[in-house]
Design a protein around this ligand. Sequence first.
Ligand code: NAD
Ligand code: TDX
Length: 339
Amino acid sequence: MKIVVTGGAGFIGGNFIHYYLKAHPEDRVICIDKLTYAGNLSTLAPVMNNDKFRFVKADICDRETVFALFEEEQPDAVINFAAESHVDRSIEDPEVFLRTNILGTATLMDACRVFGNVRYHQVSTDEVYGDLPLNRPDLLFTENTPIHTSSPYSSSKAGADLLVQAYNRTYGLPVTISRCSNNYGPYHFPEKLIPLMIVNCLYDKPLPVYGEGLNVRDWLYVEDHCKAIDLIVRKGRIGEVYNVGGHNEMRNIDIVKLIIRELGKSEDLITYVTDRKGHDLRYAIDPTKIHEELGWLPETCFEEGIKKTIKWYLENRSWWEEIINGEYQHYYEKMYNNR
Ligand code: NAD
Ligand code: TDX
């Protein structure tokens, strides 16, 4: 099989490429990535010399380049990870989220239509379902939960999902969608909760917890997400949505305290800051469908996954130090100074 993976220089796309080339050494992977602030070629350094891998620096909204690449490569499947992915950035500046997340998705699917009705998979998120109340642990997101978004980010992802379903119904494009909960693991950009707290702890910097830290996220080790996507692309039913999650709900404050403990730091580093606007209270995925239909189950429990993740950040300082010494510093000052 020959697959196009977009956004492969980012967190989940990068982990997916590493996983996929090991799991399917006979397949060829072509990665398209614009290398925005979130894209990092050093994430792909271990596979750059693999002759089954090709990297192309391009914008998924650039129709001419995307079409030329499809004509040349004639892929069998496309997996779209490329997106603007950070909620806080979407609150500051929504426009690029609409462009990449919606128009980029349309451009890729148009290329799929033109070059042989290519199999298309959309990597979506549980955030399209909005949030759940904190006092109703019995409620979970199923694939039938109505779309109900809170941030410009989640709205742009929901817009893309609707478009994917419309391309299936209108043009018969063979599509699937996965909606996963919060991922964590290696190569996670340090603007997101877990890597930000690890990096700040290592520098003994304040740990900025939004509001009271009581919001709940449902965490999944990134490799389990990658395996789920691989299964869906190979065995999933066309036109279907699959939720992906491992029943691992945790309050933000408990995650922060756990990281502090693992790194032997003091809870005095915790600093409560102004809450995120429109902050979703709780996410929780019901993964029954992907389990029953495709046999998927998470393999890495949180206790093991967080230890592996912290170890990775300790052993790969150059990867994240390069990031935080660049444009990230301006971002950090803008978002957190005087918050
Ligand atoms: P990320 O921000 O780490 O990486 C995004 C990648 O896309 C970067 O390499 C960036 O350079 C690239 N990109 C951005 N705009 C582009 C464009 N116009 N053209 C080409 N490349 C472009 O994101 P991530 O956390 O790896 O998320 C990947 C996907 O998974 C996203 O679609 C996101 O919505 C979804 N998702 C993420 C999570 C999570 O917890 N991180 C959970 C569920 C779903
Ligand atoms: O400094 C912080 N302090 C803090 O308290 C940051 C960055 C976050 N938080 C809180 C906000 C959230 O309740 O931690 C929680 C997690 O925040 P993020 O890491 O920004 O993730 P989230 O907003 O939950 O979105 C993530 O999961 C779903 C990804 O970034 C999305 O791309 C994905 O779709």
